[in-house]
Write a protein that binds this ligand. Structure first.
Ligand code: UDP
Length: 238
């Protein structure tokens, strides 16, 4: 697969065309942003960790019946993925209260839910990714009712698989954001990334944060936390 021209540069990744119309190459950067781009920095080694972690978790999800965009890891930072049209919804699944959920509803972090919640935000930086419900998503023609049902089904399957996987690593999967895309024939698959940038991951015993909240909240030890979570994943998949 040869790398073609750069299509897009996002906050954490670059995307390149390839010699095949159906595939793209993503290249993970060490750049980190938070609060809709207001806070900027770098996390040394993050690109390598996010690339490898996302690929391994997507491979695991494929074996459990969740189709993903993952095709082939090319190098430490680069991966071939299926070309999709991203559904402009951030799909957020929560098992425990944290972050914007706690802020919105005025509750402490760490409340364990009886069942996971799925919520959608409209992927739109200018509007600050506003929260919306299924009917709003359909009204705005962001997805059809059928597509939303499939997305929710996959999001909950991801929750089942990854909660169990991380528990085996001594890690609690608190919440995370998924993005889905559509192939040219309309098939919905999981796209984007699954990494400490997009998940809240707490040590099950100490509740220590092993994710991007260390960067968002200036807690220090960011690189160490990313390295630790990757070490645990590697141990589990040995
Ligand atoms: N998240 C993300 N990108 C976003 C917003 C959220 O990856 O643009 C992830 C975030 O890392 C967390 C989960 O989605 O694991 C829920 O985030 P929340 O809605 O609590 O927002 P935050 O507190 O991160 O602003």
């Amino acid at each position: 697969m040869t790398k073609g021209k750069q299509l897009y540069e996002g906050k954490a990744k670059k995307v390149f065309e390839t010699d095949n119309d159906e595939y793209l190459i993503v290249s993970y950067k060490d750049d980190a942003t938070a609060f809709n781009g207001l806070k900027k920095g770098t996390i040394a080694g993050k690109g390598v960790i996010n690339n490898q972690m996302s690929n391994r978790l997507m491979k695991l999800l494929e074996t459990k019946g969740v189709p993903t965009h993952f095709v082939e890891e090319l190098s430490e930072r680069e991966t071939v993925v299926r070309r999709v049209k991203i559904v402009p919804l951030e799909v957020i699944v929560r098992n425990i209260s944290a972050g914007s959920f706690s802020k919105r509803y005025g509750v402490e972090e760490g409340i364990v839910f009886d069942k996971p919640t799925v919520e959608f935000s409209y992927k739109n930086d200018e509007l600050g990714d506003p929260l919306l419900n299924d009917d709003h998503a359909i009204a705005l023609k962001l997805a059809t009712e059928e597509e939303i049902a499939i997305i929710k089904k996959y999001a909950l399957k991801v929750d089942e698989v990854l909660s169990e996987f991380w528990a085996g690593c001594g890690v609690t999967l608190v919440d995370y954001k998924l993005e889905f895309g559509k192939l040219s024939d309309g098939t919905i698959i999981l796209a984007d990334e699954i990494s400490p940038d997009t998940c809240r991951l707490w040590d099950s015993k100490t509740k220590e944060k092993l994710d991007k909240d260390r960067f968002r909240r200036d807690m220090g030890g960011v690189e160490d936390a990313y390295a630790e979570i990757m070490r645990r994943l590697n141990n589990a998949l040995k």
